[in-house]
Design a protein around this ligand. Structure first.
Ligand code: PEP
Ligand code: MG
Length: 576
């Protein structure tokens, strides 16, 4: 028996068999070849392409009757693998550059998928992921690597991986993967956020799980303590089984709070909203007592085939609104880039993607694609109470440019005869230190603020939110972070607009009294956290929280603040 320590994302405990994921960050070798090797390299390519086609035919047969969508994906991949134009391009490049065939295939497909990914046509953009997928299949054959796709997993397994992308979580066969154990990542990485949204228990930042686990072992994924136990002895296994049983019985105890307001003992009310990654989560949000949707991360629609045209987006937004009724639904325009790459952008080679072509910067540089989204959001506003917000605003010009495109999208809606609400609120996400500093100015053109602490902490403390090695530095209780929160909330209130917070911090019950004391109006979190946060809010006094906030702002170090919060909780959280 061996225990690995990592970072927990949900409190679930899962016992199952380990399955090691193939390495995703495949290094493609690159070397020059002699002119007389061209023929041989070409033959290797033709053989690999033939093998990939045979593999795809088998997959297509397997998919028959299960899912028409999957079947058609394999059909499209087959067409590409056998496309004479693709073969011609490979041959021409090989004959002009004299480099190994793996590199040539990779280079051509990267160029092709980047071109497609930038296309204004949603259909062509979706083809970008097909090109990447097909080339990966061919290259794996050339390199003699046998891979399996995450979507093809079968049998109940705990997936052990070095690093999964958010798009990998979308591809996972959720009925088979019971939990994930990962070497890299942290609580606020998008992979973690998405895994939680899908209800896949995950322990991250284990550093060397893929070295310690070879596959086939019995694993316990312990989300309560952020641990993975390899080959547990009988006693340990028994105590985990008992804990699972206790959790099963305890789940549901918090539900009686569902219809009660998030109101302190002295009558201060705040709003508790849910974060969504997929429309399918909306029902659960309501069940957990969400008063609205404070953040719909719309980019995941773009990472799923067949969801990104105007009509497809509209249908997705209407699905959420259909469940929420008149409750507010806040749609965040796409935050692509960083760790959420559109298929086909993966090879684009930005040295610092988190400081790069991401979120509003990405949208503003592709105005047609952006306006398609804006029109879909506008049109959805006739069905309910829709709000819109822009991610990663760093200056007033970006906000003004986004607002100008929103006006253009409104004109286009009018021209197309599509109605929308003239009163839709438009918010700004505060996620960059410059936005905090400019909060008084940004508030002039914002109907509300939503503080994205996952990014705000990352950018203000210079801590990559996905890097487990520096995760210990990502401290919400850092004095600089607390000052930033206070400045933002105060700037909003001075302008008479609301301040919401939608980073993972909003769902942290330990921090809730402090956030309340700082004056936060709305919290938006993964919906399973709502009952717990409400439970705390209903047991404290707002006036005590205000005192707590004053004391916390005077602290000079994280530990001091955390000790203060722990002592305060012991004294001030009352039974009710
Ligand atoms: C945040 O940064 O806190 C946020 C809510 O946005 P995301 O996690 O999607 O970057
Ligand atoms: Mg963010």
């Amino acid at each position: 028996m061996k225990t690995l320590s990592g970072i927990s994302v949900s409190r679930d405990i899962v016992i199952g068999k380990a399955l090691l994921s193939p390495e995703d960050n495949l290094e493609i070798p690159r070397y020059s070849i002699a002119e007389n090797m061209v023929e041989q390299e070409l033959r290797r390519f033709v053989e690999a392409a033939r093998g990939a086609a045979a593999e795809l035919r088998l997959l297509k047969e397997d998919a028959q009757g299960i899912s028409r969508e999957q079947e058609s994906i394999f059909e499209a991949h087959l067409l590409m693998v056998e496309d004479p134009d693709f073969h011609y391009k490979i041959k021409a490049r090989l004959e002009s550059k004299y480099e190994n065939i793996e590199w040539i295939v990779w280079e051509i497909s990267r160029e092709l998928s980047q071109k497609l990914a930038l296309s204004p046509s949603a259909y062509l953009r979706e083809r970008a992921s097909d090109v990447s997928d097909v080339s990966r299949r061919i290259i794996n054959r050339l390199l003699g690597i046998s891979r399996f796709s995450l979507a093809e997993l079968s049998g109940d397994v705990i997936l052990v991986a070095h690093s999964l992308l958010p798009s990998d979580i979308l591809a996972i066969n959720k009925s088979m993967v019971k939990a994930v154990a990962m070497d890299t990542g942290s609580r606020t990485s998008h992979t973690a956020i998405l895994a939680r949204a899908f209800g896949i228990p995950i322990v991250l930042g284990l550093s060397n799980a893929t070295r310690e686990i070879s596959g086939g072992e019995v694993l316990v994924v312990d989300g309560e303590d952020g641990k993975v136990v390899i080959d547990p002895d009988r006693e340990t296994l028994k105590s985990y089984e008992q804990a699972m049983e206790r959790n099963r019985k305890a789940s549901g105890h918090v539900h009686p709070l569902k219809r009660l307001p998030a109101e302190t003992l002295d009558g201060w009310k705040v709003v508790l909203n849910a974060n969504l990654e997929m429309p399918e989560e909306t029902e659960a949000a309501l069940q957990n007592g969400a008063e609205g949707i404070g953040l719909f991360r719309s980019e995941f629609l773009f990472m799923t085939p067949g969801q990104s045209t105007e009509e497809e987006q509209l249908a997705a937004y209407n699905k959420v609104i259909g469940v929420m009724g008149k409750r507010p639904v806040t749609i965040r325009t796409v935050d692509l880039g960083g760790d959420k790459l559109l298929p086909g952008f993966q090879g684009s080679g930005e040295a610092n993607p988190l400081l790069g072509w991401r979120a509003i910067r990405f949208s503003l540089s592709l105005p047609e694609m952006f306006k398609t989204q804006l029109r879909a959001i506008l049109r959805s506003s006739v069905e309910g109470t829709v709000k819109i917000m822009f991610p990663l605003i760093s200056c007033m010009e970006e906000l003004e440019d986004a607002l100008a495109l929103l006006e253009e999208a409104k004109t286009e809606c009018r021209k197309n005869g599509h109605g929308f609400s003239e009163y839709m609120e438009v918010g700004t996400m505060i996620e960059i230190p410059s936005a905090v500093i400019l909060a008084d100015i940004l508030s002039e053109k914002s109907d509300f603020f939503s503080i994205g602490t996952n990014d705000l902490i990352q950018y203000s403390l210079a801590v990559d939110r996905g890097n487990e090695k520096v995760n210990y530095l990502a401290q919400p209780a850092h004095p600089a972070v607390l000052r930033f929160l206070k400045q933002t909330i105060d700037a909003a209130h001075r302008r008479g607009i609301k301040a919401s917070l939608c980073g993972e911090l909003a769902g942290d019950a330990f921090m809730a009294p402090l956030l309340l004391g700082l004056g936060l109006d709305e919290f938006s979190m993964a919906s399973p956290s709502i009952p717990t946060v409400k439970h705390v809010i209903r047991r404290i006094r707002f006036s005590d929280c205000q005192e707590l906030a004053k004391e916390a702002l005077a602290c000079t170090a994280c530990k001091q603040t955390n000790d203060l919060l722990a002592d305060w909780a012991k004294k001030n959280i009352k039974e009710r």
